[in-house]
Design a protein around this ligand. Sequence first.
Ligand SMILES: [Zn+2]
Length: 567
Amino acid sequence: MQEIPPLMNDFSEYALSPPDVDATREVVDALLETLLEAGDATAALPIIEAWDKKMTEFREWSMVTYIRFMQDTKNPAHKEAKELLDSVSPKFTDLETRMKQAVLELPYRDQLAERVSPQCLDLWTCHVASFAPAIEEDLAAEARLDSQYTEVLAAGEVVIQRESLNLSEVDKYTESNERAIRKEAFRARSEWFAQQGEILDQIYADQVTLRHRMARTLHYPSYTELAYQQRTRIGFGPEDVAAFRDEVANEVVPLVSELASLQRKELEVDELMYWDEATFTRQGNPKPLGDHDWMVDRATEMFAEMGHGMDDFFHQMKSKGLMDLNSRPGKAGGGFCEYLHGLGMPFIFANFNGTRHDVGVFTHEMGHAFQAYSSRDQPLADLVWPTTEACEIHSIGLEFLTWPHMHLFYGEEAAARLKRAHLHEYLTFLPYGVSVDHFQHLVYAQPDATPEERHGFWKVTEERYMPETNYGNLPAESAGRRWQMKPHLYGLPFYYIDYTLALVGALQFWSHAREDTDAAMREYVALCRRGGSLPFAELLKSAGLSSPFEPGCLKGLMAEAKAYLLH
Ligand SMILES: [Zn+2]
């Protein structure tokens, strides 16, 4: 495998060869032997660093391969490379785990933890506890099923207003000012999902079976326990998450109900239907005033105004082609950010469709990107990203911290409406987010359930957290299939709660910035630099934020949000 080139003019030219598993194994085996002879933390550290650097070659190729596949899922060469990635990933996980296991067993591991960071060894404990070569094949099969889900959705086409659209493009009509058009868009999407119901049921059923089997192979009672290890949940467990869901049910669900009746009056409709929920004012939702290139220019101005290093960072992202933001046929849906350890730069992916979501996804992914970039000097690759519930603080946090600059994208009047819609939507997101989480706990507690029973689980959680949602006769949603539209349930099980936990942190940035924008930015940048060096609770504390697991954590925030939206 080639060395990672230190310089790159443009991401499109960045080409890496596929990894050589056997050659990498030889290097890792040699390093493992040296490690066992090292004797103390000082001697062991350079060996661990050399292994980390070696593994970065694979990480870099895997990230580039994944990004290229997502950019063009129909390209045979990219698809082939992605298949290779899915099949070799577990072999590299094995090489990673062997080194981590060996480090954890060293008699001087505590000294090492002090030198590297105790968080790193806690992370590795999770990694070791969630992998064994015996599940390699199941992991590869799980990744293939996720690729299958991605391909099914990427191939999705619906017709709205006589226009043929992919699923990412549907959103330009789901928030139309005209109620009949948004209803048509929701219906078209729902019918498509209902038609694909059987294949989506099958992929998920196969994933649940595989995941349960992996958990049993590793001696966990169910996949839930394994998933908490895989997601490196350090310092909290399913009981804490369940208590947080209760807080949401008690503190947020009633407020969301109040906001819904306000919205109903604002929209002048008899009943707030599912297809009205994302439309916040009679004039309709604000839209950015220009296209992709125009928005990149506005973003350049915005980051220049924000300072704190964001301007220079954005310039680098732009000049090196590290953003793919437009929507096009065959491109996978959604938005994400990946970090290229070899380059020391992130890459962001989105699907612009001319709606306010373009700005939302862009600022969200830029939050992830800025954090990863700010943490690039962390001593080991595993410390660049925080655990995911902390990661989403940086992304959602930046969505709120960019509020003072939203007029650049929308103009003054629309920016004010946009901010209200943004906050309102995030409040309604909390019950939905915990519902997705509660659903998954039910699914993996009963891995033998039929697809029909799973749709029933979803209806139970919906009833608890979103009792007022009215789907009319949309075929997929009425049948308890709304969850199938969310890729995380297929590809990133149990991830979803992270958005809600992080939102509690991000809303505190919103609150702090209302008092003192500059101080909130300083707090934010310092948090970004800490990367993944601390667990969730300590990262929160280090930035002066309260934890979502503290009883009553939502009370003050909900009161402030309510005052902002209702008065
Ligand atoms: Zn995110």
